[in-house]
Structures are given as structure tokens and as C-alpha cells.
Design a protein around this ligand. Sequence first.
Ligand code: UD1
Ligand code: CA
Length: 478
Amino acid sequence: MRPKSRPASAPGPGTARGPACVVLAGGLGTRMKSGTPKVLHPVCGRPMIAYALEAALALKPAVTVIVTGAGTHERIESALAPYKGKAKILFAIQEKPLGTGHALLTAVKELGTGFGGSVIVLNGDFPLIRPATLKKLFRLHAKDKNALSLGSFLTDAPGSYGRVRRDLDGAPVRIVEKTDLSAGDEEIKEVNSGLYALEPEALKLLGRIKRNPRKNEYYITDILALARRAGLRAGAYAIATGEEFAGVNDLRELGVAEAVMRGRLIAAHSEKGARFLAPETAFVDYGVKVAPGAVVHPNVHLQGATTVGKGCIIYPNARIIDSVIKEGAVILDSSLIESSEVGKNAQVGPFAHLRPGSRINPFAKIGNFVEIKNSTIGKGTKAMHLSYIGDARVGRSVNIGAGTITCNYDGARKMRTVIEDGCFIGSDSQLVAPVTVKKGSYVAAGTTVTNDVPGGSLAISRVRQKNVKGYVRKKRKV
Ligand code: UD1
Ligand code: CA
């Protein structure tokens, strides 16, 4: 007998309100051997769970419930704070990690009796999942009028995945976890992905799941056998590759997922016209924007909320974090740029360090071994060698000589230095903040500037040079 479909009255897939989504993230993740909750481990700069959550949100769910553990709840909730304003997201705390079935039950309780629609469930640990795949499962689930559907994939290496056992008609009857395999199950090449769609009549069976005797946990996967026994219609659909459905349980698998995601991101940038000279050595976080015509040399790291503009060239070994590199700017070798902006056609490096809050205006040049922190550097200004500029405002067309230092810290407070347009700061000068060098002034090499310099003047503070004639000859005679 074919299992019957769900009653027509059930508010199944296709309800105007959209389904509810549940993301399971309450497990201990002990296989990661790490103090960080498993689902918060980043893949290309973004926590694993964010990928599952965004895939879920693509379904436009009426509500999304994230199941967390008692010990991980706060960290997961704060990591997902940016999503809270974008959709209705609830958190359900699973006090004890009693298994995936128990986790879903915890979520269903959070949903409350008021919700009577379809529920899409995803493990929180498969970062390579594509939103289109979720949509596909939900579509098939609705089309076949199933009470329960699951995404599966075919593999020659089923490893620790649950095997999808089918009956002679090809209908899925049971998921068998690795520890519970019977004779014949070893042959099964179809495995469970951790993505499910359930109707209320299937959800009702959750309470009937018994603890798995080996692991002492309630398995969500047991719902398939229970649904079949209750005469409900169920489907398993091999809708994606093992790569996309790969669950991350340990750091080795995390490394594999990271490599796949990195490849996907760089391929997407390249298709839009960014050139990566050695794509296999480029590290580009999820969410980084690289404009067409930009060229990225080997071993470059682009992290966080970074944007690289049209025609920029990023030379080898640069690391750019949360920064905006505008059109035509060039970042020379081995430079570190953090939370800063590099203006159009400006140049930074080699071996330069822009610390947070630096703004380099167009056509400015920041050269070898120069460190800038929380400072604005005006248009066309140059600081080419061995300088520290902190808490400063430097105007346009200023020349900062080699070895110039802003002394911005008195041991207790940070103070500002202002260097106005057109100034020339001679080499090896110190500017003791707070201090202002007014427009068009010169500071002589080796000067320690402690007082403001009026516009158009020369500041010089050094001991006059004395040449002692014949000194060397006399000294050698002694
Ligand atoms: C699970 C499936 C397996 C499937 C595989 C796909 C079960 C019993 N097995 O195995 O059939 O092939 O995923 O990757 O479900 N979690 C909780 N609370 C818990 C336990 C787990 O929320 O008490 C969460 C975890 O945080 C994780 C997800 O559920 O995000 C899956 O748990 P995990 O332990 O990784 O299951 P697998 O052993 O991979
Ligand atoms: Ca897993």
C-alpha cells in the first residue's frame, strides 16, 4: 500500500506565510576539539551557521528557530545579531544535547502551537549548502505532497553519514546511522544530508522517537521509520552533490569546506572580471567585493568587509581587513591594511601598515616601513620612508621626510598632530602632540617640534654643527 498523502486541510507547503525554518546548532561539537562552538568556526571569514541561516532565509520563512546549547547560546546569538533585524529569528535553548531529534522538539516547542505550517530543518554544520537546494527540496516536498522529505546524496564513501534505506519499490523507509548498520547496509550509497521538510503530522511523531541505545540520544533520523509506520508519505531526494552537503564535524572537514568555499568565491569574482594571478593562493572572505579590472597577485588576503575598486593592483603578500581600496589604488608588496580607506590612485607599500582609522586620500603615497594610525593623509601627500603618523591630520601635498614621527602619546593620553597643506617635514623630525604645523611651513631635518609653527615659517630645533678640525689625526696619536 502506498502511504497516504497528508490531509488536504493541513497548511502545507505553499501557505502564504511561508514555512518555518529550524537550524540545529545545539550539539557539543566535541569532534572539533576546540573551545569555539562548532557552528561558529568560520569558513572564509563567516561562521558556518551563517551559511545555513542565509540559505534558510532565502525561503522567506515566516519564522526561523535556531537551536543552541546551554553553553553556546550567548556566543551563537551574538554572532548572529546582524540577522535579527532582517527576519523573524527565535532562539531555542536545548538545555542538554540529547540528540538531533530532541533538538528539533525543542524548536517545535519554541514555535508554539500557533504555527501549523511546514517546517524546514537543517543541520547548522554544512556551510556549502546553496539556497537553491533548499528551495528545490521544498518544491519537491510540495509537489509530491509528502509529510516528510529529506535531501540525500550519493557517495562511494558514506563514512559517518546516515544511510538511506529504501524498500523494493524504491521508497525511503529508514535512515540507519553508521553505528547501527546491519548486513547489507554497507552497500548503500545514498546518505542523509541533514536537510528535511516536515508537515505537522510528521512533527507530531517527534515525541515517539526513542533514545538510540548506543548513543543514548534521540535521533531526528528515526522520524522516517516512524512516518512510514504511521502510513505517511515520505520522499528522499538526491538533489545535490556530496560536496555541497558535506557536514563539517572536525577540523579536517572544516579545512576541506574552506577550500571549496574559497574556490567558489574566487571563481565568482573572476567571472565578473577580477584577475587572480594565482587563485589557489588567494584568500578572499565571503562578502568581500572585488571590482572588475582589479588584479590580485599571489598570496593576498582580503578579509572582512573589504572592497577593492576597479583597476586596483594588489601585490603579493598584502593583507587587507575591513577596508575600502578605491579605484586605481595600488597596494605594494607585504602591506597590512586594517579598517582604513585608500583613495583613488593612491599607493601604499611596500611593507606599509595602515592601522584602523587611516584615510589615505587620492594620489597620496605611503611608502616603505611607514605606519599610519587613525589619521587622514591629504591628497597628493607623500610619506615614503620609515615614519609613524598617529592621530594626525595631514593636509594636501605635504612631504613627510624619512623617519618622521608623531609623538602622540604621553604615557596616559593620545593627542593630535595637525600638518596643514603644502608643508615640508624634514627627515628625522619629531612632532610632539598636541601640535600644529600651519600651512606651507618647513620643519628642518632633525627638529623636535614642541610648539605650533606659524604658516609659511621654518621650524628648526637642533644644535648647531661644530667641526673640530684635525680631530681624527690628534686622536690617533694618543
Ligand atoms: C547527522 C545525521 C546523519 C546525517 C548527517 C549529515 C542524526 C542522528 N544523524 O549526523 O544521518 O548523515 O547529520 O551531516 O541526526 N545538534 C543539536 N543538538 C544535539 C545534537 C546535534 O542541535 O543534541 C545539531 C548539531 O549542532 C549539528 C546538527 O545537529 O549542527 C547535526 O548534528 P551532528 O552531531 O553533527 O550529526 P551527525 O553525526 O553529523
Ligand atoms: Ca554533522
